[in-house]
Design a protein around this ligand. Structure first.
Ligand SMILES: NC(=O)c1ccc[n+]([C@@H]2O[C@H](COP(=O)([O-])OP(=O)(O)OC[C@H]3O[C@@H](n4cnc5c(N)ncnc54)[C@H](O)[C@@H]3O)[C@@H](O)[C@H]2O)c1
Length: 255
């Protein structure tokens, strides 16, 4: 499962699942561009952790909801790390608002950070990979909520549903360029996005009881799957989503 000589970008790569993906890719030998918008200190610390693994990392301050920032992220990666082989569209937010409550501003923010960023991240990464001429891999960090509605989290579920189709659409269009596109659908993972649940013992009890393994995932359990999906071992996976949810989707519809 070696990624030696490969260069990856991880958006939102300095916290939670993104951080675990950065470390898993570096652990397999990749050099990584860590995109971030907040917490420069955490990014610098992570760069050091990657260097300790014997790989190169650069932190790039880029707001992925802006196409110009995404282009700058790719340009800096190619300039400083030499090429681009793996694009991980991971950055995401949620507003925890229902269909009735969601404001225009909330809707637009979630769609821009979760879906528009993945669409243009895929497009711009693919253009770079096509120019290099040696294929590539695009990994979209979606969610069980690409298939599974969650009352009270409307825009988020819509954005992940869009990512589901992006993975399928782009997989078909980019396959002929030897670029494969794969979605990853985590279940419940212990990261900052879930702080309100993690800090509420009652909510945690209900959630843990609904998960067949009886616990949330640790971010590293998503990172290791992404490292495999980035490797040659996953060369024939395309235009589909791998769910990493311990069976949650099948056990507790509507949770
Ligand atoms: N934690 C879970 O239970 C869970 C489950 C399914 C899917 N996911 C998905 O995993 C991904 C990572 O989430 P996480 O759980 O690690 O939460 P997190 O809050 O730790 O990470 C989200 C990251 O996105 C970054 N980000 C936000 N806006 C950005 C922007 N405009 N430009 C660049 N980066 C931006 C944040 O700074 C942060 O680093 C998200 O797409 C999320 O939807 C998480």
């Amino acid at each position: 499962m070696s990624l030696k000589g490969k260069v990856a970008i991880v958006t939102g790569g300095n916290s939670g699942i993104g951080k675990a993906i950065t470390l898993a890719l570096a652990g397999a030998g990749a050099n990584v561009a860590i995109d971030y918008v907040a917490n420069e200190e955490a990014t610098e610390d992570l760069e050091k952790q990657v260097a300790a693994l014997g790989d190169q990392a650069i932190g790039v301050d880029a707001d992925v909801s802006k196409v110009s920032d995404l282009q700058m992220l790719i340009d800096r990666t190619v300039k400083e790390l030499g090429r681009l082989d793996v694009m991980v569209n991971n950055a995401g937010i949620e507003t925890r608002t229902s269909v009735l409550e969601t404001t225009e501003a909330q809707y637009e923010k979630v769609m821009e950070i979760n879906l528009k960023s993945a669409f243009f991240g895929t497009q711009l990464a693919a253009k770079q990979m096509i120019a290099q001429g040696s294929g590539g891999r695009i990994i979209n960090i979606s969610s069980v909520h690409e298939d599974w509605p969650m009352p009270g989290n409307a825009a988020y579920c819509l954005s992940k549903g869009g990512m589901r189709m992006l993975t399928r659409q782009a997989g078909l269009e980019l396959g002929p360029h030897n670029i494969t596109v794969v979605g990853v659908g985590p279940g419940a993972v212990a990261t900052p996005i879930n702080t309100s649940t993690l800090e509420n013992p009652e909510k945690m009890k209900v959630l843990d009881a609904a998960i067949p393994l009886g616990r949330m995932a640790q971010p590293e359990e998503i990172g290791s799957v992404v490292a495999f999906l980035a490797s040659d071992g996953a060369s024939y996976l395309n235009a589909t989503t791998v769910f990493v949810d311990a069976g949650l989707m099948h056990s507790s519809p509507g949770l």
